[in-house]
Design a protein around this ligand. Structure first.
Ligand code: ARG
Length: 534
C-alpha cells in the first residue's frame, strides 16, 4: 500500500502537498501496519505543530483505522477484512516494463569456473528470475572470456603438438601457467603468442590458429554447460567477448578518427579525465584488443537490440573498469548502464577463499563440499543431498547484501536450524506433509477468507510482505530482499503452527497451502528448487 485516496484528499484539504501522503510499512509492526510521515515533514515548512497537523488530517478522515502517533506520524492499522481483501489483489510490481540485458557469469575459456564466478552466477540468475517476475524482458548473456592474450599463449604452446581432438580442459589448465612463465623468459615465444592472439582476434580468415582456438572454446563451453545444468542456470545468449571481434577494429578506428580515443606509444587508449586513474586501453602496442574494447563494442550490439538497460553482475573489484567504460559509453548510448557489483567469498581468516595450496577454489569443489556437509547431516537422503547442498550454497550466498563479502562455511550453510537453505526446504516439506495428512481435495485459496485474528500476522505478510520485498529487490538489484522475506514468512508460519491447530480447519489449511506455495515461489526466484522429501 502506497497511496490512499482519502488520505490524499485530507492532505489537500489541510493545505499539505498531496505528494507527501505516502504510506510506508510501519517501523513498529506491533503498533500499526503502515505509517505516513508526510504531515510531520510538512509541518516544519508550514511553521505549525506537527502533531496538531497530523491530528487535523486524521480528524478530517473520520476513519478509526487512522491515528496519530509519536511526534506527528499518521499510523494505519488495517482490519482483518482489509487484509483479506488485499490478499486477493495482485499489486503490479513493475512500473514500466523494460528490456534489460543482464551480463553475468563471465567464465573464462581454458579454465574451470572458480569461486569468483559463483557469486556472479547465483546473483545473476536470481536477478534474471526476479526481474522477469516483475514484468521486464530480460536477455541474459554469459559473456564468455574467450579472446585475450591467454588464448594466444595456449595456441603458441600447444598447437604444433596437440591434435584438436585431443584437447582437454585439464591440459589447457596445466599448460597456461607454464606458457605464461615461458613468455616472460623467452622473447621469441612471447612474440609468437602475441602473433597468435592477433590472428585469433581476426575472424576474416580461416587460419590454423583460429581453428585451434575454436576447438579450445568448444571443450571449455562443454564443461561450462555441464556445470550450468547441474546448477540449474540458463542463459538467453551464450555470447563471448569474441562475438563482436568482426566489429572491433572498425569501431576503435572510428573512436580514433573522432578523437574520442588516442594513440599512445603504439597503443590506443581513452585518456582518463581523472589524474589518479590509468587510461582505458582498447588496443595494446602489439595490436591485441583488450577487455575494454570488447565490452565497449558489445554495448553497441546490445544498444542496437534496443536495450533500455544493461546490468553487469561482476565482482566489485572491477568497479574502475566499469566506471571508465560507462563514462565513455554514456556519451554515445542512451541505455542505462549499471554495475551490480558484489563482494568476495572469504575463508575463515576473512581473506578471499583459497585452496589448501593457495590456489583459487573451483566452483565444482565448492558445490561438492556443501553436498558433503548436507549429506553428513542427513545421511539417509543420498539422492537428495546434491539438491539440498546446492540449495544451501545458493541461499548462503544470496542472503548476504550483494556488496558485502561473506565467509564460505558449508557446515553453517547446511544447518537445519537458523537462516539457511536447509531450514527453508524443511519448512516447505513440513507444510506439504501437513497438507498431505489432511487431504481436502476441493480446497481453494478463496477459503482463506474465513481465517481469524490468530492468522492476522501471517495474512499481513502474505498480503503485503512479498510486494514490498519485490519492490526493494528490483530497485536495489538485491536478491537478499527475497531471501529475507522467505525466511521471515517461514518463521512466522512456524511460530503460528506451534500454537494453532490446523487439522480440520479449512480456512487454516487454505492459508497453509498459500504459505507453502509462496515459499516455493520465492525460493524459485532465488534459483532454489524444493525436494518432495527431506
Ligand atoms: N570474464 C571476466 C572475469 O572472469 C568477467 C566478465 C564480466 N563481464 C563483462 N562484460 N566484462 O573476470
Amino acid at each position: 500500500m502506497k497511496n490512499h485516496s482519502a488520505l490524499t484528499a485530507a492532505f489537500e484539504m489541510e493545505g499539505i502537498d498531496p505528494a507527501l501522503a505516502v504510506l510506508v510499512p510501519c517501523e513498529k509492526p506491533d503498533l500499526a501496519d503502515f505509517q505516513c510521515n508526510g504531515a510531520f515533514l510538512a509541518a516544519r515548512d508550514m511553521k505549525t505543530n506537527p502533531r496538531a497537523l497530523a491530528q487535523a488530517v486524521v480528524d478530517r478522515m473520520g476513519d478509526d483505522r487512522f491515528s496519530v502517533a509519536g511526534p506527528g506520524y499518521i499510523n494505519v492499522k488495517l482490519t482483518l477484512d482489509d487484509l483479506i481483501t488485499a490478499l486477493f489483489v495482485d499489486e503490479n510490481v513493475s512500473a514500466a516494463p523494460k528490456k534489460i540485458y543482464l551480463d553475468f557469469g563471465g567464465p573464462n575459456v581454458a579454465k574451470s569456473m572458480h569461486v569468483g564466478h559463483m557469486r556472479s552466477l547465483f546473483i545473476g540468475d536470481a536477478l534474471q528470475r526476479i526481474l522477469r517476475a516483475a514484468g521486464h524482458t530480460v536477455v541474459s548473456d554469459i559473456h564468455l572470456g574467450d579472446w585475450g592474450l591467454q588464448m594466444g599463449l595456449l595456441t603458441a604452446a600447444l598447437m604444433k603438438t596437440t591434435p584438436e581432438s585431443e584437447i582437454t580442459l585439464k591440459m589447457l589448465e596445466e599448460a597456461y601457467p607454464a606458457a605464461s612463465l615461458r613468455a616472460k623468459e623467452d622473447p621469441e615465444f612471447k612474440k609468437a603468442a602475441q602473433q597468435a592472439t592477433r590472428t585469433i582476434q581476426n575472424p576474416m580468415w580461416a587460419t590454423e590458429e583460429r581453428s585451434f582456438w575454436e576447438a579450445m572454446v568448444r571443450v571449455s563451453v562443454d564443461d561450462i554447460k555441464r556445470q550450468l545444468k547441474r546448477l540449474g542456470i540458463e542463459f538467453t545468449l551464450f555470447h563471448g567477448e569474441s562475438t563482436v571481434a568482426r566489429l572491433v577494429p572498425g569501431i576503435v578506428k572510428q573512436f580514433v578518427d573522432t578523437l574520442m580515443a588516442v594513440e599512445s606509444d603504439g597503443a590506443i587508449v581513452v585518456p582518463s579525465l581523472n589524474e589518479d586513474e590509468p587510461p582505458m586501453i582498447l588496443r595494446n602496442s602489439e595490436g591485441g584488443y583488450l577487455y575494454a574494447a570488447s565490452d565497449l563494442v558489445t554495448i553497441f550490439e546490445r544498444a542496437k537490440d534496443e536495450a533500455d538497460e544493461i546490468i553487469y553482475v561482476v565482482d566489485q573489484r572491477q568497479a574502475l573498469h566499469f566506471k571508465q567504460l560507462f563514462a565513455f559509453a554514456e556519451n554515445i548510448f542512451s541505455a542505462k548502464l549499471v554495475h551490480a557489483g558484489f563482494g568476495t567469498v572469504n575463508g575463515p581468516d576473512g581473506k578471499p577463499l583459497k585452496t589448501r595450496d593457495g590456489g583459487v577454489p573451483k566452483l565444482d569443489d565448492l558445490v561438492h563440499q556443501t553436498y558433503l556437509a548436507a549429506h553428513a547431516k542427513n545421511p539417509e537422503s543420498i539422492t537428495r543431498s546434491e539438491q539440498v547442498g546446492l540449495a544451501c550454497l545458493k541461499f548462503g550466498d544470496l542472503m548476504n547484501p550483494r556488496e558485502s563479502s561473506y565467509n564460505f562455511d558449508p557446515d553453517k550453510f547446511t544447518a537445519h536450524e537458523g537462516k539457511t537453505g536447509a531450514y527453508l526446504l524443511y519448512q516447505c516439506v513440513r507444510i506439504k506433509s501437513i497438507l498431505r495428512d489432511q487431504p481436502e481435495d476441493d480446497l481453494s485459496f478463496a477459503e482463506v477468507a474465513n481465517v481469524g485474528e490468530e492468522e492476522r500476522t501471517l495474512v499481513f505478510k502474505m498480503a503485503y510482505g512479498f510486494t514490498q520485498a519485490m519492490e526493494r529487490a528490483v530497485t536495489r538489484l538485491s536478491p537478499k530482499e527475497i531471501a529475507d522475506y522467505t525466511y521471515d514468512l517461514a518463521q512466522t508460519f512456524s511460530k503460528y503452527y506451534a500454537h494453532n491447530q490446523i487439522a480440520g480447519n479449512r480456512a487454516r489449511l487454505a492459508l497453509a497451502k498459500g504459505v507453502h506455495d509462496r515459499l516455493v515461489y520465492c525460493l524459485d526466484l532465488l534459483g532454489i528448487q524444493v525436494p518432495d522429501k527431506m
